[in-house]
Design a protein around this ligand. Structure first.
Ligand SMILES: O=C[C@H](O)COP(=O)(O)O
Length: 222
């Protein structure tokens, strides 16, 4: 994935499903084409295939399970997400926490399918542990700031800087994303200046009246 990378997680917001998902994906696609900044989306599973067919942008699953084909009712195996058109997956999002064994199994499954892996973490120590597993990215997101409208880049730049340092100490190939409350070009700029390769965000774009305008602001200081 080219840096900087902006990933928009639609979560299960109503604004990010069905027609809403189309609207945000269209905006992401247009801004990526106009500016050259890589913008990916993580739509709900129910919209993933449609998004992958219609848009030439990175498409991420919001979660994958480290199981294969077979008797795994209710699971979302990496191979299925790949078949649906995903190019990567979040693993261990704050709203979809996993055990360490499950994180490793999901990561192994992502690697087997050639999916770009992003392990989400909640503090500097877990960032170091996640980086040691060897994912493509770790995404540091203080849970208390997620969806708060308060940007981690402004409220807690130390956790970003500390995470970058800790991650690179474990694994000099891993890239770091900053997430939680990211909403403007300034947030992106600060994150990049602190050593990140991009940002992971949701509400500022998904719930926006004009997602394209927010995205243009987000890329404006790159
Ligand atoms: O996956 C995205 C993060 O949880 C950040 O969400 P937020 O941008 O709404 O704070």
């Amino acid at each position: 994935m080219n840096s900087p990378f902006i990933l928009i997680n639609f979560k299960t917001y109503r604004e990010g499903t069905g027609y809403g998902a189309d609207r945000i994906a269209r905006a992401a696609s247009a801004v990526m084409e106009d500016t050259g900044v890589t913008i990916g989306i993580a739509p709900p599973y129910t919209d993933l295939r449609k998004m992958a067919r219609h848009f030439s942008i990175p498409i991420f699953a919001q979660h994958i399970d480290g199981v294969g084909a077979g008797g795994f009712t209710g699971h979302t195996p990496a191979y299925m997400m790949k078949l649906e058109g995903a190019t990567g997956s979040l693993i261990n999002h704050s709203e979809r926490r996993l055990t360490l064994a499950d994180i490793e199994a999901s990561l192994t499954a992502a690697e087997a399918e050639g999916l770009t892996s992003i392990i989400c973490t909640n503090n500097i120590r877990t960032t170091a542990a996640a980086a040691a597993l060897g994912p493509d990215y770790v995404a540091i997101e203080p849970p208390e700031l997620i969806g708060s409208g308060i940007s981690v880049a402004q409220a807690d730049p130390e956790i970003i800087a500390g995470s970058v340092k800790a991650a690179l100490k474990q694994n000099n190939q891993v890239k770091v994303l900053a997430g939680a409350g990211i909403q403007s070009g300034d947030c992106v700029r600060i994150s990049l200046d602190l050593g990140c390769s991009g940002v992971l965000l949701a509400s500022s774009v998904v719930k926006a009246e004009d997602p394209e305008a927010v995205l243009l602001d987000l890329v404006s200081k790159i």
